[in-house]
Design a protein around this ligand. Structure first.
Ligand SMILES: [Zn+2]
Length: 131
């Protein structure tokens, strides 16, 4: 599903970076705008102020968007784990830096990654040698 697909389904016209035309909720000629926001989000606007929820419901009913609303799709469990891991790496890096560690952040990340990989490949050895 894409903005262009929705625009085609609604018969909207492309105007610069956005599409406009009749609102799926209240009609009209050019009161409805749709464009791509940051991170592939969809931005919709009706000049007659139809709510985002009612517009999305309408698009769902027309089969132009998936039933799951865009904004409810958060990061996956894997992405959350990566972000949390990243925060942890940053926290350790900053603590080490304050303690006089001169490693660059890139070196530090490489080191962390190497330790993680080693741990995953040889858990027994890891236990023996590092703990
Ligand atoms: Zn409207």
């Amino acid at each position: 599903m894409s903005i262009a697909y929705i625009a085609q389904g609604l018969g909207l016209k492309k105007m610069g970076g956005e599409y406009k035309g009749p609102c799926p909720c209240c009609g009209g000629n050019d009161r409805f705008h749709i464009k791509e926001g940051r991170n592939a989000t969809m931005m919709v606007h009706c000049r007659y102020l139809c709510s985002y929820a009612s517009i999305m419901r309408q698009l769902e009913d027309l089969g132009l968007v998936d039933k799951e609303p865009y904004e409810h799709i958060g990061p996956t469990a894997d992405q959350v784990a990566t972000m949390q891991g990243d925060k942890m790496v940053m926290a350790i890096y900053n603590a080490d830096k304050q303690a006089g560690n001169k490693q660059s952040l890139a070196d530090y990340r490489r080191h962390k990654l190497a330790v993680e990989r080693h741990k995953a490949m040889a858990p027994q050895e890891y236990q023996t040698n590092y703990n």
